[in-house]
Design a protein. Structure first.
Length: 388
């Protein structure tokens, strides 16, 4: 019974999401509606989140099926099921790709109907979407002429589609960009150490093991796994000098190869802190007019989700910003004389009255009288100003 009630609640939530989406997008073009389905916008509503979850689930199911196909016993027992699942997921990813290419013109950078779409198709996210489905279609077209079984591995790139739904890689890329000079210097040190280690290993071990230390390029394999403290044991020095050198460079490698990891961990944490401070500043700017519109709230929610912030984190930032603004307002008003404050109040009322009877009054009237755009107090004040 509980399971049936749970399913009914999910179905009811989906129907409500569709109804709300239809209401908010009444009168909009098909392209705008498709864009709202695939991107978070003020008119998307909860249906956008449902579509995102459906695509994420499809990616995970597809990747798990690809992995299980490599198990002979499972593959032989569920051949038709795996094939049907592949067709279904490819159809989903194809519809998503076509929808994103079709609706990308709603973004300013892709506004041109032809050049904009070409520019979008060459973007990283669009290329990932294309590579995720292309093996299926290439195998379907050329299956009779070419052996394209090697393309199956490219189906696993569907995992990269999940990067669209998380801001982790975005934060990581910012961290890499900020620390790229230090990372390049660290990489140069590692390459230099590998070359020196491979050269010394070749000179010390070539005579004793010509089959394993046959050249400096071949010895680089041993140098990398030794400096990385992996040491598979398939190539090891046997001369006393070679063993002594291996011990020395192993200690050096622990420090050298740990530098990039430490840099990236520090840079990632620092970038996350900067992003959260930026989020707080954006929230402070959104509250500058004293209220948070629905569009601003949705933008803040999307940014909070990208930064992996919990609702408690967001509530704490909101409380902190509101307290700052209240204290600032208190400090300003506390330093003003009552007569000066009265004069400021009269000036503001006069400015509002002029706005209510100005050229922009009809447009403002339509916005303010809309319950979704204003509060009851604001509508009452506006009516009072209009009647004066």
């Amino acid at each position: 019974m509980d399971l049936i009630l749970g399913k009914l609640n999910i179905i009811g939530a989906l129907f409500e999401a569709v109804r709300l989406f239809t209401h908010k997008n009444k009168g909009r073009t098909v392209r705008q509606k498709v864009f709202s389905l695939l991107h978070p916008t003020p008119t998307s509503g909860p249906i956008h989140r449902y579509i995102d979850l459906f695509i994420i689930l499809s990616v995970l199911v597809s990747v798990v099926s690809i992995i299980l196909e490599t198990v002979p016993a499972i593959a032989s027992a569920f051949t038709q099921e795996f094939h049907a699942l592949e067709i279904a997921t490819v159809a989903i990813f194809t519809l998503e790709y076509v929808g994103r290419v079709y609706s990308c013109c709603e973004l300013a950078q892709y506004a041109h109907p032809i050049k904009g779409r070409v520019r979008y198709m060459l973007s990283i996210s669009a290329l990932i979407d294309l590579v995720a489905v292309s093996p299926f279609y290439l195998a379907f077209v050329f299956s009779g002429n070419l052996d394209l079984r090697f393309l199956r591995v490219f189906r696993l790139t569907r995992l990269l589609k999940l990067t669209r739904y998380t801001g982790t890689l975005n934060t990581l890329s910012k961290a890499v960009q900020r620390e790229h000079r230090v990372l390049l210097a660290s990489a140069f040190m590692m390459v230099l150490l590998i070359i020196l280690t491979a050269s010394l290993g070749y000179e010390l071990e070539h005579a004793a093991q010509p089959d394993k230390f046959e050249s400096i390029p071949a010895t680089m394999y041993w140098a990398v796994i030794t400096l990385a403290s992996v040491g598979y044991g398939d190539i090891t020095p046997i001369t006393p000098l070679g063993k002594a050198m291996t011990m020395a460079i192993s200690f050096v490698g622990i420090g050298i190869f740990a530098i990039p990891a430490g840099l990236m961990a520090s840079a990632f944490t620092d970038q996350l802190r900067i992003d959260r401070e930026t989020f707080e500043n954006e929230f402070r700017a959104a509250l500058a007019d004293g209220r948070l519109s629905m569009h601003e709230r949705q933008t803040m929610d999307a940014e909070a989700e990208r930064l992996h912030m919990t609702p408690q984190d967001v509530d704490r930032i909101v409380a902190h910003v509101r307290e700052e603004m209240r204290q600032a307002q208190h400090d300003v008003t506390a330093g003003l004389d009552a007569h000066v404050m009265l004069e400021h109040f009269r000036q503001q009322v006069s400015a509002l009255r002029a706005t209510a009877h100005g050229k922009s009054a009809p447009q403002l009237d339509a916005l303010i009288l809309n319950p979704e755009q204003s509060t009851q107090t604001e509508r009452d004040i506006w009516q009072l100003l209009k009647n004066k």
